[in-house]
Ligand binder design. Structure first.
Ligand SMILES: Nc1ncnc2c1ncn2[C@@H]1O[C@H](COP(=O)(O)OP(=O)(O)OP(=O)(O)O)[C@@H](O)[C@H]1O
Ligand SMILES: [Mg+2]
Length: 1004
């Protein structure tokens, strides 16, 4: 509405001299007009129609009287009460509709939403034509409204009872939410600041308009200079280009990367979603934008990645950039990351975070009023929005950023997005799509002994390509009916191959089966390096090597799935990347993890366990084929049985699946925790504000497709009711407040289902905390939801129980797991007394963790408890993450003060689970236990040793350490050391800074 008015005002100005300036104005207005027509929601259209008719009258007048005074018109417009009355009416009606209409009632808007103020709803496109003064004003209004909401309540969890204060702030807020008409008045007044001084002559008008245009141009130039073109490499110093070449081997950008970076919307820092096929080179574009934000705009950035391993890889990869270009690279994954982040005076930070940590980080920045420091948020693999509870967390994070600040740009990328429109609406983002792939990908399917090429344009979808050329004996035919050996030996050992299998067990079996039938020649290929790999695997297992790997590695084969320890996985990945291993049999998890391309990708079957593959899973898997710069072509082969032929056609040819909001996933768990944190952070404190907020979520955009059974208002009410019921929030009239327990819950990212149980367990713990052993503390931080994943082996349980000290047994009995109970179960007797089996299972897992902490040898513990080492590893990492959560939980609750120091140390122990002298080395991203041991034995005993090491010397002394890895280790160590030192320095500076509000003699 405002824009329409503004546009018309422009037309008025142009009118007196429109012929001479036509081109300039066409250029300036084109986008807005387009966007007005294409992006207007019915609500806005309605609004615009009302205004258009209003404005048409003015326009008619204006065009009739070309010689009339411009500012006279403005004045008369201001005086035109009928126009302002209409504006008021239109705005009022829209507000009423917004407030009254039920969320699920078909609102006139589908592409966009009306939020806090109608002004908010006018997308940035529509604001482009506003003069800079109004832009600034607009932003001030918006930010003011948000801030006033944040600041008006006490920042602690103490409920706000002062109604006076409330009334005042409400008054302020209503002032802040000035009506559109008011703003229009003010703007016009601003623009016509000196009407009296301007003569009515055409010459003066010309002069004034010229002046205004040149002021606007200067302002635009200033903004551009500030935000972008500071250097020759996409606005960055040429040093960045040199580093890209030196550290990444990238000499020039792909055409699409250049086009994308030069997009008008990118230049203007608008939100952006870009989608390209796998291996398209999406990361580089995001990284250049990140660097621009850090170096040119001097703002912090957040890079969100889905897995800890990816975060660590990115930290390692960008640490050198940080050192050379003078910014911090901070890891937020697992138990790493400070909340709120250290405020750095002279340096900008790049936070590289997992989904969960990114959410906590954004929360803490909002809480401390520092969200505006965040200039850019990048979400890699944006399709993860559709991935269950993790998707819900991404949605919450982005919705909060969108709601809290207009200063933060959001960029999302993905290779597998079906419904980009929905996401665009949610993120108010532009879209860039291209089907570029540096290495062409040829997709094939195999049916019996025939290979067909996938051709979506072909009616049959599959086009005959060739017959498989192999000679199988009848016994081999029985062993390998799918001809996997024939398929892999066409490429290995010269080229690499990935073989995706439906289950973990299948990965191991297939790897073993293949190497039984490989020629002895394979043994000679890179023999020495394979021997080193085996030694390293042995070291990582403290002397033990997986028997399957021991057999397959000499042939250049390995399996890769979550049953391996993270150290084994890393060793296997590195060996595969370096070509020491030429074939990995793996599960679908590899496709989404680290970038491990292959010449040929084979899908053993179109299933993951018993589920038929999803289109996006298939795309991610086959997308690993083709190494940029190495292969000229990549190929994938999907092995099919006749029965799956038809379904497979849909799989390979159908459009990408859509990605849907997960706030309602798992019975609305996401929505509940979102509401709790919104109230806790004082972002929203009433039902109305909550509804406003929800209008900015993906859930709202997709509310009809998701067919939310109840209306969103109803869902909202129920969630609030649930939170009150759980004593996480309270209501004081219309105002919602978070309780201390609620605050502890969202700050600790504790699942709402368990927050009460956790509170009780910790309280009970306080009554008799066992401190001469870790067992009790470990039990308290064993994740509640892991118990169901492992059934106790009663005999083992009993044996372990008997090894506990008397005090430990007593503690176990106190929580409900007594020796007699375990003994009876082990003896196969029935137990009449009712026992909480969840507690029993947690206690069993606590025993596993306890053993692990005591002897730090995962293999022994895996043997003792007959659990896979992969499971134990994931139990350990989940427990360390939960320990960190419990620590944050206790920090908010005064009564739990004794836990803080204890849990800080326990988090550290669980995170690394090694002897304490190795911990400082393992803090460096990507340094794992056996590498840490090697370094320690070579004399690098501390972080300072590593940070000052010479990478070349490291390579010489540490077996099988490549130069690139050594560089990355030293760079990461330097970065970590800098970060720690800078944090201490900040603390020193803060301590020595004179407080601004120090009472002076006069104030006393
Ligand atoms: N301009 C370039 N020149 C040479 N290599 C490049 C260029 N841009 C990217 N690459 C390389 O291409 C490879 C794939 O890039 P990247 O990981 O960004 O792909 P992606 O689009 O994110 O794929 P995915 O969807 O699989 O994650 C990387 O090894 C990267 O270094
Ligand atoms: Mg990528």
């Amino acid at each position: 509405m405002n824009d329409t008015g503004k546009q018309e005002i422009k037309i008025k100005r142009v009118s007196s001299r429109k012929r001479s300036r036509d081109s300039l104005h066409t250029h300036l207005r084109k986008r807005s007009r387009d966007s007005l027509h294409t992006h207007l929601t019915p609500a806005r259209r309605h609004l615009q129609q009302c205004l258009s008719s209003t404005m048409a009258e003015i326009q008619a007048v204006e065009y009739c009287s070309d010689s009339e005074d411009l500012f006279g018109d403005y004045d008369s417009l201001l005086e035109d009460s009928s126009l302002l009355a209409k504006l008021d009416d239109v705005e009022h009606n829209e507000r009423q509709r917004d407030v009254q209409s039920d969320f699920t009632a078909p609102r006139p808007s589908c592409a966009d939403v009306l939020t806090d103020s109608i002004l908010d709803d006018l997308g940035d496109d529509l604001l482009e034509d506003l003069p800079p003064s109004l832009h600034q004003f607009q932003e001030q209004v918006h930010e003011g409204a948000k801030r006033s909401r944040l600041q008006r309540a006490d920042k602690t969890s103490t409920p706000l009872r002062n109604t006076e204060l409330q009334r005042n702030t409400e008054g302020n807020e209503s002032k802040v939410r000035r009506s559109v008409a008011d703003q229009l008045k003010r703007t016009m007044l601003c623009n016509a600041a000196s009407p009296a001084a301007v003569s009515r002559s055409a010459a003066l008008k010309e002069a004034v308009v010229s002046e205004e245009v040149s002021v606007a141009m200067r302002a635009m130039e200033a903004v551009c200079a500030e935000s972008t073109d500071l250097g020759p490499f996409f606005g960055l110093p040429s040093k960045v280009k040199e580093l890209m070449s030196k550290l990444r081997g990238i000499q020039s950008l792909y055409d699409w990367q250049e086009t994308c970076l030069n997009l008008d919307c990118v230049q203007r820092r608008k939100n952006l979603i870009y989608s390209l096929p796998t291996s398209g080179g999406k990361t580089l574009v995001a990284e250049i934008l990140v660097l621009r934000e850090l170096l040119c705009r001097k703002k912090d950035c957040l890079f969100i990645l889905p897995y800890i391993s990816l975060v660590q890889e990115k930290v390692r990869g960008l640490a050198s950039f940080g050192l050379e270009l003078d910014f911090m690279v901070e890891e937020y994954a697992g138990t790493k990351g400070r909340f709120p982040p250290v405020k750095r005076r002279n340096k900008r930070s790049l936070y590289i975070a997992t989904i969960e940590k990114a959410h906590s980080l954004v929360n803490s920045l909002i809480e401390t009023g520092r969200i505006d420091d965040l200039g850019l948020v990048v979400v890699d693999e944006l399709h993860m929005l559709g991935d269950g509870s993790r998707g819900a967390v991404i949605e919450m994070t982005l919705a909060k950023v969108l709601y809290m600040t207009k200063a933060t740009q959001i960029i999302g990328m993905s290779a597998t997005l079906g419904n980009i429109r929905d996401l665009q609406t949610f993120l108010k983002a532009e879209n860039y799509t291209n089907d570029f792939r540096p290495v062409q990908l040829r997709e094939y399917v195999k049916l019996q002994d025939t290979i067909y090429e996938v051709d979506p344009k072909d009616e049959e979808c599959f086009r005959f390509s060739r017959l498989l050329n192999f000679k199988y004996s009848s016994s081999l035919q029985k062993l390998d009916p799918d001809h996997i050996i024939a398929l892999v030996t066409e490429v290995i050992p010269t080229h690499s191959c990935l073989l995706f299998c439906p289950t973990k067990k299948n990965c191991e079996n297939v790897a073993a089966m293949i190497c039984r039938h490989l020629k002895q020649d394979f043994l000679q290929h890179r023999e020495a390096e394979k021997a080193v790999l085996l030694r390293e695997l042995k070291d990582s297992g403290s002397g033990s090597v997986c028997p399957v790997l021991r057999r397959t590695v000499p042939y250049g084969l390995a399996y890769h799935h979550s049953g391996l320890t993270s150290e084994e996985r890393k060793l296997v990945e590195e060996a595969y990347s370096n070509g020491v291993l030429c074939l990995l049999t793996c599960t679908s998890t590899l496709a989404a993890g680290i970038n491990l391309p292959a010449r040929r990708v084979i899908l053993r079957s179109p299933y993951v366990a018993t589920d038929f593959l999803k289109r996006s899973q298939y795309k991610q898997m086959v997308g690993r084929a083709g190494r940029a710069g190495i292969d000229t072509v990549g190929e994938s082969i999907l092995i099919l049985q006749d029965k799956d032929r038809l379904t497979a056609k849909t799989l390979v040819c159908a459009p990408m699946e859509n990605c849907f909001s997960n706030l309602m996933h798992d019975d609305g768990k996401g929505l509940r925790s979102l509401i709790l944190s919104l109230v806790g952070l004082n972002i929203t404190t009433s039902l109305d504000q909550l509804r406003d907020f929800l209008c900015g979520t993906l859930l709202y955009v997709q509310r009809r497709q998701l067919c939310v059974e109840k209306s969103l208002t109803e869902e909202l009410r129920q969630c609030v009711h649930f939170l009150k019921d759980k004593l996480l929030i309270t209501a004081d009239g219309q105002t919602l407040h978070v309780t201390k327990l609620g605050k502890a819950t969202y700050k600790g990212s504790v699942d709402l289902t368990y927050s009460n149980v956790l509170y009780k367990d910790l309280s009970k713990g306080l009554e008799g905390l066992l401190l001469n052993s870790y067992l009790h503390l470990v039990y308290l931080v064993t994740p509640y939801d892991m118990g169901s994943q492992c059934k106790p082996d009663w005999m083992l349980f009993f044996r372990q129980f008997t090894l506990l000290s008397a005090a430990e047994q007593k503690m176990s009995a106190a929580i409900g797991v007594s020796e007699s109970f375990v003994a009876r179960k082990a003896a196969g007797q029935t137990v009449r007394k009712s026992v909480n089996m969840e507690v029993v299972s947690r206690m069993y897992l606590a025993l596993v963790l306890f053993s692990l902490l005591k002897e730090t040898n995962l293999w022994n513990v895996s043997d003792r408890f007959q659990l896979s080492r992969g499971f134990i590893q994931s139990l350990l990492s989940s427990s360390s993450a939960f320990c960190c959560c419990v620590l944050h939980f206790t920090e908010e609750l005064e009564e739990f003060w004794p836990f803080r120091a204890l849990l800080t140390e326990l988090t550290r122990r669980l995170s690394y689970c090694v002897t304490s002298e190795l911990i400082p080395l393992m803090e460096v991203a990507g340094v794992m236990e056996s590498r840490a041991k090697q370094l320690f034995h070579a004399g690098y005993k501390s972080l300072t040793h590593l940070a000052n090491a010479d990478p070349a010397a490291l390579c010489r002394t540490i077996e099988n350490l490549q130069q690139k890895q050594a560089n990355q280790i030293v760079a990461s160590a330097k970065m970590l050391l800098n970060e720690k030192a800078a944090a201490l320095q900040e603390e020193v500076d803060e301590l020595l800074t004179l407080p601004a509000d120090l009472p002076t003699a006069r104030t006393l």
